[in-house]
Structures are given as C-alpha cells and as structure tokens.
Design a protein around this ligand. Structure first.
Ligand SMILES: [Zn+2]
Ligand SMILES: [Zn+2]
Length: 259
C-alpha cells in the first residue's frame, strides 16, 4: 500500500478533478528522496542467497534483479552476489536510498534501493523512474521532487533516462514526462547549507502551489524505523520463527540418534 491521502485518479478523485479551480495545488504528487547510511547489519553474511525477500518485487523495493543488472550496466555499484565470501563483509549493504510522499511521509512502492557504497545519481534514477512510471499511468500531471541535492541532480536527469547502456523509461513514457510539470526543490532545512543561487531557484518558499511543505519528511522516517513498536514487531517475528523452528532443532537430532 502506498499513500492513501495522495490524489490518485480512478482511486479517490471525482471524474472531473481536473476542472477544480485549485487543481495545481491539490492534484500534485510530492516525492521525497533520501539516503539512509546507518543500516548496520541490514544484510549480514551471505546476502540475498541466504536471506531472500518474501515480498519479491511487490513491496517497497525497486525490482531487485533488474536493479542489479542496471547497476552493472551503469557501473553504479557492485551487488552482493558477485563477491566472494571472504570479501562479502567488506562491502555488505549498509545503506539504502528510499522515497516517500512528502505530504504524509508514507513510503512509496518500488521507491527503495540498496546502496553498497556511496549514494549516486543513478541509484535515485532507478527508484524515481519506477515511481514516475506509475504516476504517468495514473494521469497526474504535476510532480514535485524534494531531494537534498536536487539542484545538481536534475541537470542531466533526462539525459540519464536515455543512457545507451540502460533505458530507464520507454520512449512513450519520456514523451509523456515532457508534457508534465516536474518541479525540483531542495528541502528547507537542507537548502540553508547550499550556495546562495540555490535558495532562489529550489526553494519551497518561492514556489507557488506547494503550501507550507518543508520537504524534509523522508528523513524523519529513518527515526521512526527505530521506534520501539517497529523493533517490537521485529522481535515478535524473531519469536515466531523460534517457535516454529525449535522443534526441528530439538527433535530431529534425537530422531537421528534413535535411528
Ligand atoms: Zn501522499
Ligand atoms: Zn544547491
């Protein structure tokens, strides 16, 4: 499930939504992107081979196998399946790039990718284009992207979409994207540390029809992932796995002895 409060044609909007006098203000999708660099132990040991996802490509991660091929094609980052066991701990995944709705903070489906080294433009390209493809399909025509380096990230964004090594959007999607209002802004707190010219061009405060959005909400999600209740949920899962696996550990060795 994505964000339930975002306007989605065909889901929670009237048929004549585009006739609303404030459609630009109301019917905009706000996407926030940020890297989390403190995922210690996120993918310990043998990586996906020993810890495969049960959600496959239907959760909050971008399609994983495609992402790995993309990384290889764009020389973006090594993935954890190509590394020998001796090296695996040296470059295990400890970071993540994720996206959320900047209105509510809800994580966006397909909008998260693993990082093994630094955060690079191509990583966000992969997550963002998967989100944009979904939005294009639904018919929303105005999108605000809040990213702490949007001022430099956006410059070659369209060129990267058609990189000869990997096409991130189909020609039809690219044509549709060109007809949309795609607005790049820097979150308010981050903008204070940018050079003076950025403050005018990438400020929420100077952009019409964004309300009082601060653009920082994706950062706050990292804190909420470490909430007591989030950890409690993980602990319940640990206990569940203990409960259903202990029998095997206790009784199977004994059964072997009896045999
Ligand atoms: Zn939303
Ligand atoms: Zn800047």
């Amino acid at each position: 499930m994505g964000c339930v409060s975002c306007p989605l044609p065909g889901i929670n909007l009237d048929e004549d939504w585009q006739q609303h006098p404030h459609t630009e203000l109301i019917h905009t999708t706000f996407i926030g992107g940020d890297g989390n660099f403190r995922l210690r132990r996120h993918n310990k040991g043998g990586g996906e081979v020993t810890d495969p996802s049960l959600f496959g490509d239907d959760g909050f991660y971008g399609p994983n196998e495609t992402y790995k091929k993309f990384c290889k094609a764009r020389d973006a980052a090594p993935d954890d399946t190509t590394v020998s066991s001796a090296l695996i701990n040296l470059i295990m995944i400890t970071r993540q790039m994720s996206t959320s709705c900047v209105r509510s903070g809800a994580f966006m489906p397909k909008g998260t990718v693993d990082l093994t080294r630094g955060e690079r433009f191509v990583h966000f390209d992969f997550a963002l284009t998967h989100i944009l493809s979904d939005i294009l399909e639904r018919g929303i025509t105005r999108i605000v992207v809040s990213y702490d380096i949007a001022c430099i990230y956006h410059i070659n964004f369209h060129k990267r979409l058609i990189n000869k090594n990997w096409l991130l959007m189909s020609p039809t999607e690219q044509e549709t994207l060109k007809t949309m209002k795609l607005i790049w802004l820097v979150p308010k707190f981050h903008l204070a540390s940018h050079v003076e010219g950025c403050a005018d061009k990438f400020s929420f405060n100077w952009t019409p029809n964004v309300g009082r959005t601060c653009g920082e909400i994706v950062e706050t999600n990292w804190a909420s992932l470490n909430r007591k209740d989030t950890l409690t949920d993980a602990k319940i899962d640990t206990n569940w796995r203990k409960a259903i696996n202990e029998g095997e550990r206790v009784f199977l060795p004994r059964a072997n002895l009896i045999d």
